[in-house]
Design a protein around this ligand. Structure first.
Ligand code: NG6
Ligand code: CA
Length: 510
């Protein structure tokens, strides 16, 4: 009898220790944001893609929630990323597309999304495209480049510093160039060619794998001419065709190394940004040429992550948020026949516009949230913005926001998890013009002719510039073709005032 009681005590003690131990170690789910570059709403199978198959993304959607009205905070890369990481609209910091030698644009005193998750006990990492600036503006690429991801809350980083079409074309791991030979130091310049630097695309078209427009005729590395000039670092140059493999491997290693404690991984792909140079494994896997092939390549990267979660048996306890930084673009600097080969495939789905555009396709992103252990699969029409992930995830992990943290981020955790169908009441949209969504309406603020950037006038984009106000009823007219501003003067005035209020002050603490 006594022995039995002792045995029962022992069992109870072991159970208690095991429970408290595992609770302390893993109270919160892992969080992975898979951030695709320039992927449009209609570019994934579940949203109607015709020219390419995306089985891994579709599987994620069938296990999770597919959002039809979730938005990037802007229609270009740097501003969207800035908002995601800081919970603040990018215009407040005048964040525009950055060059490869631009300084870090995030104030290191700010409490960022990774800072907040670290406070909740997370290990944090970023793998892939950064494009938020590095260093202090006078960057020496031959030592540790700081400030950078570490100084804004990421424990680990493996980076493409800016974009695939901008120098320097080298990776940085924990803010040091990977594989650099100190005898061959790197120098980068965006104004004038560097003496004895890499040959220029403008002088050597015979070196190029893909013809480029006038903006992309700087340094040629790996047969591709880029924006900007560069010298040195030959042993460190990336091979474009291998980027998806390198990044996926680093992301998977981070997951493996961090699986004991909750982790946050910001996996930021180079695909499907230009130059779109698919690995031979993916060439002709789509009917759309390079742009379709790199969508298939992107899908493979998603599979690398989801397969790894499964094999480590942490799938049920990991939230995967799959989305894109801005809308799709067919022709953006390199001749890869995206326009000619697109066929009936509609990159922006039913929506008007593209990357750079204030029309819906500019910011309405393919967006999937999966968390097999917790959420029921389905579709959600909640109106959401990526700027809200900060406040929403803060609630998930029990972190309070201090005054000044994430000033534009609203907590819509229940909508992100599919427990609530309502999202934002009002959504601010940023491109080269500003827009506002409210109820079924979309308002676009007018622009004066001289406010329109010259380089956008020549693009094959539909930026949504108008010298008169525009108002659309998205329920009747999701393609934004019928401007009803004249018939709705009072509503236009109200929306204009609301927009100006957002432009003049942070929006969360109302
Ligand atoms: C633009 C580039 C474009 C692309 C973009 C950044 C020109 C004319 N166009 O300035 O090719 O690099 O910047 O894209 O230079 S983003 O997705 O990172 O915002
Ligand atoms: Ca982008």
């Amino acid at each position: 009898m006594k022995r039995t009681r002792q045995f029962l005590y022992l069992v109870a003690l072991i159970t208690f220790c095991f429970y408290t131990h595992s609770k302390a170690q893993k109270t919160y789910p892992n969080i992975i944001i898979i951030y695709v570059d320039d992927l449009g709403y209609g570019d994934i199978g579940v949203n109607g893609a015709i020219g390419v198959k995306t089985p891994y993304v579709d599987k994620l959607a069938s296990n999770g929630i597919n959002f039809t009205d979730a938005h990037a905070s802007a229609a270009t890369c740097t501003p969207s990323r800035y908002s995601l990481i800081t919970g603040s609209y990018a215009f407040r910091n005048r964040a525009g597309i950055l060059n490869g030698n631009a300084p870090l644009i995030i104030d290191t005193e700010m409490r960022t999304l990774p800072d907040m998750l670290k406070d909740a006990g997370y290990t944090t990492g970023v793998v892939g495209k950064w494009h938020l600036g590095l260093g202090d503006g006078n960057t020496d690429w031959n030592g540790r480049v700081e400030p950078g991801p570490k100084e804004v809350g990421f424990d680990y980083s493996f980076l493409i510093p800016a974009t695939g079409d901008r120098v320097p074309t080298v990776f940085l791991e924990d803010q040091k160039v990977v594989g650099l030979d100190t005898e061959d130091p790197i120098s980068v310049n965006y104004k004038t060619p560097v003496d004895n630097g890499y040959p220029l695309g403008r002088d050597h078209p015979e070196l190029l794998k893909q013809y480029a427009d006038g903006q992309h005729l700087g340094a040629v590395t790996n047969g591709i001419s880029r924006i900007g000039y560069m010298k040195g670092g030959e042993s460190a140059l990336w091979v474009d065709e291998k980027i998806p493999f390198v990044l996926s491997e680093k992301a998977v290693r981070f997951i493996e190394a961090s699986k004991q404690q909750p982790f946050f991984l910001f996996f930021s792909l180079h695909d499907i940004h230009q130059p779109r140079i698919a690995n031979v494994r993916f060439i002709e896997t789509s009917t759309m040429g390079p742009r379709g092939d790199v969508i298939a390549q992107m899908d493979w990267c998603v599979g690398e992550i989801t397969n790894k979660l499964k094999s480590l048996a942490i799938e049920d306890n990991t939230i995967v948020i799959f989305t894109s930084d801005n809308g799709p673009i067919l022709d953006d600097g390199y001749l890869d026949y995206a326009r000619e080969l697109v066929g009936r495939h509609t990159p922006g789905g039913p929506y008007r516009g593209s990357k750079y555009s204030i029309y819906e396709a500019g910011t309405r992103m393919p967006t999937i949230v999966s968390w097999p252990g917790e959420i029921r699969p389905g579709t959600s029409h909640a109106l959401l913005s990526q700027v809200d992930l900060y406040a929403s995830l803060a609630r998930l992990v029990g972190e309070k926001l201090n005054k000044g943290d994430a000033p534009d981020s609203e907590d819509h955790l229940d909508a992100w998890l599919g427990k609530e169908q309502e999202g934002r009441k009002v959504l601010f949209e940023q491109a080269y013009a500003y827009g506002l969504r409210k109820d079924k309406y979309k308002y676009i603020q007018p622009k004066q002719r001289d406010e329109i950037p010259g380089w956008l006038k020549n693009k094959f984009v539909d930026p949504g510039f108008s010298t008169i106000p525009m108002l659309f009823d998205l329920e009747k007219d999701p393609g934004e073709t019928n401007n009803i501003a004249e018939e709705n003067v009072a509503l236009v005035k109200e929306m204009e005032e609301h927009l100006n209020k957002i432009l003049s002050a942070p929006t969360r603490e109302k």
